[in-house]
Design a protein. Sequence first.
Length: 241
Amino acid sequence: SSGLPSTAHICAARWFVLPAGIMARAILCTVAACLLGASIHGAFVAQQPGSGVRPGAQPGVSQQQLPGSASELFSEEQPSAWGASLRFLAGAALSAVLLVGATPARADVEDVVIAVDDKGKTTSLTKEQVIRGKRLFNASCSSCHVGGGTRTNQNVGLSTEELAGAQPNRATIEGLVDYMNSPTTYDGLKDISEVHPSIKAADIWPKMRSMKQQDLYDMSAYILYMNQTIPEKWGGGKQYY
């Protein structure tokens, strides 16, 4: 009557905005708990009267009159196919929970934060930007930098750590764009525009002649995006790709 949302409504709203990975684990946990509970209930449910008498038993002879071993044999309940199935399904569901929990949920594209400059400015990419950056990178850079490695120098790849160690810092979009415009050695002391594709020496690098600054931006953003999403592989070169 007050117009405020009820607790049930709030809980339901929070449930539907959970990330897909967390929701999947929650559903699997619920299924596993239900199946496990059903199997435990089936295992401990009391035997109905008369169900302990086996076919062919002599009328009037109780289990207490039988020898100890036979009485124990009759009193033991054999697991039913239904109970065994429930336990199997519960185990399978719990295994799925463990597998899903062990695998980190991949973040949405828009959730990946990319450093734009050294001053703390950041950005995020759309799916279309990632695809465009990947296409440009594969067409212009992958012959030497497949998988974020460097074919001509295995000691320096495109991982965040290696980019950040360069002078100036190349672990930002602006740093990489600057490098592709006018590349220098790792210590920043020597110009290498004539031995590395660059806008500065586009006359000897045909692929760079048609490159726009936006193209350089998108390629740089893609390199840093890959560092954020698969850091254990990106920079490893051909051993992963």
